[in-house]
Design a protein around this ligand. Structure first.
Ligand code: GTP
Ligand code: MG
Length: 308
């Protein structure tokens, strides 16, 4: 993107939010930009793409990159997600490494930390979910992190409760170089409308289905048009891997589609400020997660796995 203007002393740059799955990276992004952009759920591996969120300050601009949770995996599909996360390391000015305060530093966190070895950008530790731990436990974790690792700063927050986030935004800004205004002030993401809609629908599926289903689906907005009375009509396709998954997603007499469609429609209406009619369809594409062409068509396989 071409910079808009170059102010004297204006600061701007990129910070990647990284960590193992489910530590609250996307929740942190959403609450820092004060708008829901990224899908979140209690299930690990919710995020599949890099997602940009911009925080605007009078004297600067922090561009955050939410990333898929990094984990050891033999699945080709999950490896793609992890690769997308690792690819952010060398393109950013700062790394925000997120750990779950309740879980402390587990083996999986150490695995992610190992991937950061050799990355020169400064690293800040975000201890998230402090609402779930006692003060003595938090102090113990801070002392452990201070002793064992080499973070520039340790910042305890509760992303969910927006506790500690104002200070965090400003701290991040301090680490950024002088630079241009990359985004206009009313722009908080460069994700396309279609991508945001797909993620809203996928989130509802992540939150409301179980076992393999949430991991086996993809969502594509096939088209949108203006209907009667200024209603925005959206046709979206849910792609499943098997017919049994398709049956679950439709439910008896379409009950599951209704259960998914209502909260998705409401959130799309809130996000875009208009009335929406959401048509959801389900289709089976056998083993789409192992098929290069499907992966490419669905936006999961290209140079940087960037959001569309
Ligand atoms: N109690 C509490 N829960 C939180 C907090 N931040 C996030 N969560 C919850 O933790 C779960 C995971 O949050 P996400 O933001 O989806 O986690 P993530 O790190 O983006 O996960 P992946 O995309 O799978 O890597 C959700 O149920 C959130 O509501 C917090 O500060 N406190
Ligand atoms: Mg996430």
């Amino acid at each position: 993107m071409l910079p808009l203007k170059q102010n004297g002393n204006f600061k701007s740059g990129y910070a990647a939010i990284v960590g193992k799955p489910n530590v609250g990276k996307s929740t942190l992004l959403n609450h820092l930009v004060m708008r829901k952009i990224a899908a979140t759920s209690s299930k690990p591996q919710t995020t599949r793409n890099k997602i940009t969120g911009v925080v605007h300050f009078p004297g600067g601009q922090v561009i955050l990159l939410d990333t898929p949770g990094i984990h050891k995996t033999s699945s080709q599909f999950n490896q793609l997600m992890v690769k997308a996360s690792l690819s952010t390391y060398h393109d950013v000015d700062l790394i925000l490494f997120v750990v779950d305060a309740k879980q402390g530093f587990a083996e999986n966190d150490i695995f992610v930390l190992d991937t950061l070895k050799g990355v020169e950008s400064p690293k800040i530790l975000i201890i998230n979910k402090i609402d779930l731990v006692s003060k003595p436990d938090l102090l113990g974790l801070i002392a452990e992190a201070d002793k064992k690792f080499n973070f520039r700063e340790l910042i305890p927050v509760s992303a969910l409760l927006s506790d500690g986030l104002e200070g965090l935004g400003k701290t991040v800004l301090n680490y950024l170089p002088e630079g241009p205004k990359y985004f206009p002030e009313d722009m908080i993401t460069d994700c396309s409308e279609e991508f945001l809609i797909e993620e809203i629908i996928r989130e509802k599926i992540m939150q409301r289905t179980h076992m393999e289903v949430p991991y086996s689906i993809a969502v594509v907005v096939e088209g949108t048009h203006e209907g009667h009375n200024d209603v925005w009509v959206i046709d979206a396709l849910i792609i499943a891997e098997t017919t049994s998954q398709k049956k679950i997603l439709i439910g008896a007499n379409g009950s599951m589609l209704k259960k998914l469609g209502k909260p998705a429609r409401e959130e799309i209406e809130k996000r875009f400020g208009c009335k929406v009619y959401l048509n959801l369809f389900v289709k089976v594409k056998n083993n789409w997660r192992e098929d290069k062409r499907s992966l490419r068509d669905l936006g999961y396989l290209h140079d940087s796995n960037k959001n569309r």
